[in-house]
Design a protein around this ligand. Structure first.
Ligand code: UTP
Length: 466
């Protein structure tokens, strides 16, 4: 029997302005018809209608007032130093009691990098070639050794990279962390729309779908059962981090402790913005609500304003490293209530046009951002950290924020460890990097390296401390 378009679906598509999706129906094979039907059945048409309306009438929220956030600074008064010591002790306790679960988000498409596979597979170890996933795993293993914490690692993927990510973890034997401690969950995908709000197709029987942004993490944690799992394991806090930054410290006792001491719902790490023109979002309050203020949204006069100490007033550069209280994530996602604002990425999408031919279609992808949840947090800590020690993202194929710049930042941080320990540095490579690597399980900062370096010697093949 030939497959026909179910009446209710045709009516619903018509009502939602998406009837063009059935345009090629008559020429489709049975299998293609089946594919298309299941893709159409999976659509949340009311939501797509809302996205379409949003597209036609973007709601412009122009904030009237901006304030810089209170930040726990790098340069600390004596009082702040004493407070930090207490926070570290609390953070170490929470880690040792395995109250912290680790959430890595790796569902993005990495389109700027253009790597064929999940971004986490990119090798950035200057000597070892260790992958981004491998760096995160090494830091978690280090946390297990240092604090005796049980590692529970929640890894978010999306339909575009879920299979390849899982296969890589298996191939790497879960980096020694135990498959039972790694929990994959997938975020939702959303259809991309053309400028009239019609869903774009990549082929006559396939829709153009894209992951719904890292803001999708919170809902996916709930719908994929991770919040319940975390609760059953006694996890009270999530340490949230992104796949592209191998310098991130997922188990930082100071950050964990400051966040817990403040009874914060969601907290953030920031790095100091280099100069007024640096195009990074800064954390701040817009009309009294905490969030990330995009570079273009901050009035130029405020971008340049300095405080009495001569520092930029709006300098809290967002690096998307957060602590999130589990119960806060539960409240936010209760009954699918999470309502984060949409960010629109306008791009030329490779799809098929009305005539069924492959074409570049001016379209829009929709995403939500995790840091928009900060606005709902009753309490929040903003901790300033050193960029050169904690932030070296891989975003682009070349130039700044590329695998090369990331490798350089890693070797520079290892170089500082050796120098602090009074050791000679090896000769630099032609590309400026040091042929040097310190395994996070040995040391993640200068102090730890100085403590342990006496018993260590570099490997024969060069300078791989492990
Ligand atoms: P980016 O915003 O840098 O996006 O993600 P990306 O996908 O890595 O790269 P481009 O923009 O396509 O070039 C920051 C972090 O958020 C994750 C990414 O995997 C990365 O860890 N992310 C992003 C998701 O998990 N899901 C998304 O839908 C988007």
């Amino acid at each position: 029997m030939t497959l026909e378009i179910p009446n209710d679906l045709a009516i619903a598509l018509e009502a939602a302005g998406q009837v063009h999706l059935l345009g090629s129906w008559d020429s489709l094979s049975e299998e293609s018809r089946r594919n298309l039907l299941s893709a159409l059945r999976a659509l949340d048409l009311p939501q797509i209608q809302k996205l379409g309306e949003h597209l036609r009438k973007p709601i412009e929220h122009e904030a009237q007032s901006f304030e810089a956030p209170m930040t726990f600074p790098l340069e600390r008064t004596e009082e702040q130093q004493a407070y930090a010591q207490k926070a570290i002790a609390l953070g170490e306790r929470l880690l040792s009691e395995s109250k912290v679960g680790f959430v890595l988000v790796a569902g993005g498409q990495g389109s700027r990098l253009g790597f064929d596979g999940p971004k986490g597979m990119v090798g950035v170890g200057p000597v070892s070639g260790l992958s981004l996933f491998g760096w995160h795993a090494a830091r978690l293993t280090a946390a297990k050794q240092r604090f005796g914490t049980r590692i529970t690692w929640f890894v978010m993927t999306s339909a575009t990279n879920n299979g390849a990510t899982r296969a890589f973890f298996e191939e790497q034997d879960f980096f020694g962390l135990g498959s039972e401690n790694v929990h994959f969950f997938t975020q939702e995908m959303l259809p991309a729309l053309d400028q009239e709000g019609r869903i774009v197709r990549t082929t006559p029987d396939e829709l153009f779908l894209a992951p719904n942004g890292h803001g999708g993490t919170l809902q996916a944690l709930r719908s994929e059962g991770m919040l319940d799992l975390a609760a059953s394991l006694g996890i009270e806090q999530f340490s949230y981090f992104q796949v592209d930054n191998p310098l991130v410290r997922p188990a930082d006792p100071l950050f964990v402790g400051l966040h817990a001491m403040a009874e914060a719902d969601m907290s953030s790490k920031v790095v100091t913005k280099n100069e007024p023109g640096e195009k990074v979002g800064v954390l701040g309050l817009a009309d009294g609500k905490l969030g990330c203020i995009e570079y273009s949204d901050l009035p130029e006069s405020l971008r340049e304003e300095r405080d009495s100490g001569g520092q930029l007033r709006f300098r809290a550069g967002n690096i998307a490293v957060h602590m999130i209280r589990r119960e806060f994530a539960e409240q936010l996602t209760l009954d699918g209530q999470l309502d984060l604002p949409w960010h629109l990425a306008r791009k030329n999408l490779k799809g098929i046009n009305a005539e069924g031919q492959v074409a570049e279609i001016p379209g829009v992808k929709f995403e939500t951002f995790v840091f928009d949840a900060l606005g709902a947090a009753a309490n929040s800590v903003t901790l300033e950290v050193r960029r050169e020690e904690e932030f070296a993202p891989v975003k682009n194929a070349e130039g700044s924020d590329s695998p090369a710049s990331c490798r350089l930042a890693l070797t520079e941080s290892f170089g500082r460890m050796l120098e602090a320990a009074g050791l000679d540095l090896p000769e630099r490579n032609p590309d400026g990097t040091l042929p040097l690597e310190v395994d996070p399980r040995v040391a993640e900062n200068v102090e730890q390296f100085c403590e342990t370096q006496r018993q260590m010697t570099p490997d024969e093949d060069g300078w791989l401390y492990r």
